[in-house]
Design a protein around this ligand. Structure first.
Ligand code: SF4
Length: 203
């Protein structure tokens, strides 16, 4: 069984699925089987049930955890939507005051075929949404999403809805794209009032 709860650079991370509708060329999954203190982040054959996630959370010592608890593993967390929401609620009950972050590709509405921003923002404190590119065409060329041209507008819509719900939202890009594209992403971020973080690619 893969690690569900793992730590990396003073944060606790939750790996709840390997599913993802994208195949980003910079995806860290292409570079190895694990991050931080995880043994492997690949599940064999099935995504974990809520009971399996809860079991690992109950077995983990959070007393040294001063940073955020981050939903981010070897897959898009909103592909395991029900477990994401249930797990976030469980953590809030178990660890009152804990801060939860969701690292997401912003495609939850398309993945789950329903609006999801309100429910997510009701249980998650901050969201880091991968913008990745300044246009839909460039996004598709870099991330190969199964939703094709529906993808990029859906990301912007989801981010706007989270922002309108007063969620703490950030966009990210990875510095594998050209500098001029990063500048264009900054303009999009500024126009939406959402900060942009430029992430360094780690091979
Ligand atoms: S959205 Fe995230 S998990 Fe999915 S392929 Fe891209 S980087 Fe990897």
């Amino acid at each position: 069984m893969a690690s569900i709860v793992y730590t990396y650079e003073n944060h606790v991370y939750l790996n709840i699925t390997n599913a993802c509708p994208c195949k980003c060329e910079f995806c860290i999954r292409n570079n190895g089987d694990a991050i931080g203190d995880a043994s492997t982040l690949w599940f064999e054959g099935h995504s974990p049930s809520f009971d399996e996630i809860k079991g690992e959370i109950d077995a983990f010592d959070f007393s040294d955890c001063s940073g955020e608890i981050v939903f981010c593993g070897y897959g898009e967390p909103t592909c395991a939507y029900d477990n994401l929401i249930k797990t976030a609620k469980y953590l809030k009950e178990k660890l009152p005051g804990c801060k939860l972050r969701l690292n997401t590709n912003g495609l939850s509405d398309l993945i789950n075929k329903k609006p999801t921003a309100q429910e997510i923002c009701g249980v998650i404190d901050s969201l880091s949404i991968s913008l990745n590119a300044p246009t839909g065409e460039k996004y598709e060329a870099l991330c190969h999403p199964s939703f094709k041209e529906k993808t990029y507008p859906a990301i912007l819509k989801f981010a706007k809805e989270c922002k309108d719900l007063n969620a703490n939202v950030k966009f990210t890009v990875v510095d594998v794209i050209p500098k001029e594209d990063i500048e264009e992403c900054k303009k999009i971020s500024e126009s939406m009032g959402i900060p942009l973080r430029v992430r360094t690619y780690e091979a």
